[in-house]
Structure formats: C-alpha cells, structure tokens
Design a binder for this molecule. Structure first.
Ligand code: ADP
Ligand code: MG
Length: 252
C-alpha cells in the first residue's frame, strides 16, 4: 500500500465550449494500488480517464508521470510511456480473430517507435499473442472471430489488446458494463490477477464490486472530487451518501 505516485493529476480541468466537465482534480495513482473512480452519470469520469490516457488534452492543470509533466504529448507517446486504456466503447476488429486483434495491437505504431525493444521477431510475436490470450483466458478462442465471442469475452479481449503495449498503468472504463453476474465475476477475477503487476484505475458503477476490489476510491461529482479514501471511509462518508441517496447504483 501507498507505493510511490506513478501518475499524478494536478489541478486538472477540462472545459467543452464553456461547459466544465472537470475542475481542479488532484490525485495520484500509486504503484500497486487499485483506484476506483465512481460518481453519477455525467460526473466527468470518462473525461478524466481520457485526459489520463492522453486521448483528451486538459484545458488546465498538469499530469505528472513519475514527476514529469506529460500534458500535451500525443496519445501514442502516452502508450509508449506505459499508460493504456481499455475503452468503454468497443474498439475491436469484429471480423478479425481474437489472435489477430492482439497481433494488430502488438504491431501498432506506438510499438514501432520503441526502438529499444529488440525482442520482436515473428516467432516471439506469436508467443506473445498466445501469452496475452492465455492471461485473459481466451487462448481457446484464438481462432474465433471477435464478433462470435460473448460480450464478456470481448471485454476480456479488449483488455488483452490494452495489455499488448505492456503498460505500467491500466485504465479500465466500466469494464463490466452490460455484463451479467457470471461474466462480471470473470472480468473481476482477471482484474484481480492483473493488479499484482500493474497500477490500475477503474471506473465502475457496481458498488459492491468497487468496495470489494479497491484500495482507494475517488468520488467525482459535477466534475470535482467530492471524496477520496479507503472503501470503508467512502462507505461512511456523509457527503457521498447524500449524493448517492436514492441512486440506483447503490443497490448493486
Ligand atoms: P461520466 O463518464 O462520468 O458519465 P463524462 O466524462 O462522459 O461523464 O461527461 C461529463 C460531462 O461532460 C457530461 O455532461 C458530458 O455531456 C460532457 N461531455 C463529455 N464529452 C464531451 C464532449 N466531447 N463535448 C461536449 N461535452 C462533453
Ligand atoms: Mg463514462
């Protein structure tokens, strides 16, 4: 617990044509911790994740990767720095096989820029595809077209794709969205496995699940941090209770 800060948001803000989606957001993702980001719909969770992953440029503030400001760097540099996001909206090539999807991710331009990496022969590439599929329990489906996989398997495949760039920080935006209880359990087991080697931040609505897997929880409300703490602190926080009172997500 309380490892060094890997990624730090300092007064991070995002405005869309005058509409404030995030304001003065300050927190750190720490090595070895799983941080959950929760908050009502429209609270600014995805916008914040998009800034952390470099797909959206902040309007204000800084984003420090081990102390170095990386705001304004292009998205592929974020990937190269070891920050990877699995998308809320599916990003797979549906007509391609599971193995091909991972293979494309390994071949992505961001990796080509990694000229220190001399391991990428064709053979080791095939090994790596299998390794990643195995990690997400999809080795048996390597030759299946992505569109034939179940929703849960597609989400797992997206995680394998996100892992292809060998991230240090993995951002998961609603990885269990649209899943039934059984698929949710599988994806959560995968996240628990990954957290042993990765710094993970997750946006998740299922509160029981958030309480179960998180080291720390950040609550966003109207684009700002309302509370931050351990699951126990958040569960007992009166501001948080007030925001969630009557909210359907509490019931999960
Ligand atoms: P959450 O993920 O917490 O549901 P979002 O970050 O998606 O919230 O959105 C926060 C707010 O910012 C919402 O009111 C949304 O309509 C607005 N927003 C998000 N992206 C854009 C955009 N590209 N242009 C304009 N408004 C946006
Ligand atoms: Mg969202």
């Amino acid at each position: 617990m309380n490892g060094p800060a890997i990624l730090t948001a300092e007064c991070l803000g995002k405005t869309f044509n005058g509409f404030v989606a995030n304001r003065d957001v300050n927190f750190s993702l720490r090595a070895g911790e799983l941080t959950a980001l929760i908050g009502p719909n429209g609270a600014g969770k995805s916008t914040l994740f998009n800034m952390l992953s470099g797909s959206l440029r902040p309007t204000s503030g800084r984003l420090l990767l081990r102390g170095r400001d990386i705001v304004g760097q292009p998205h592929h540099r974020f990937v190269h720095f070891g920050i990877s996001k699995s998308h809320q909206i599916t990003s797979l090539f549906m007509e391609s096989t599971a193995a091909e999807n991972v293979y494309y991710a390994l071949e992505a331009p961001a990796r080509a820029l990694n000229f220190w990496d001399v391991r990428d022969t064709r053979a080791s590439q095939a090994d790596r595809v299998f390794e990643l599929l195995n990690l997400v329990d999809l080795a048996g489906k390597a030759s299946c077209a992505a569109r034939t996989l179940s929703h849960g398997e597609q989400r797992s495949l997206e995680i394998a794709v996100a892992l292809a760039s060998e991230p240090k920080v993995l951002l998961l935006d609603e990885p269990t969205a649209g899943m039934g209880p059984q698929e949710t359990v599988q994806v959560i087991a995968l996240i628990k496995k990954l957290r042993q080697t990765l710094t993970i931040a997750i946006v998740e609505h299922k509160m029981k699940l958030v309480m179960d897997i998180s080291d720390r929880i950040i609550v966003l409300h109207h684009g700002e941090i309302l509370a931050e703490g351990t699951p126990e602190e958040i569960a007992n926080n009166s501001d948080v209770k007030a925001v969630y009172l009557g909210d359907k997500h509490v019931a999960h």
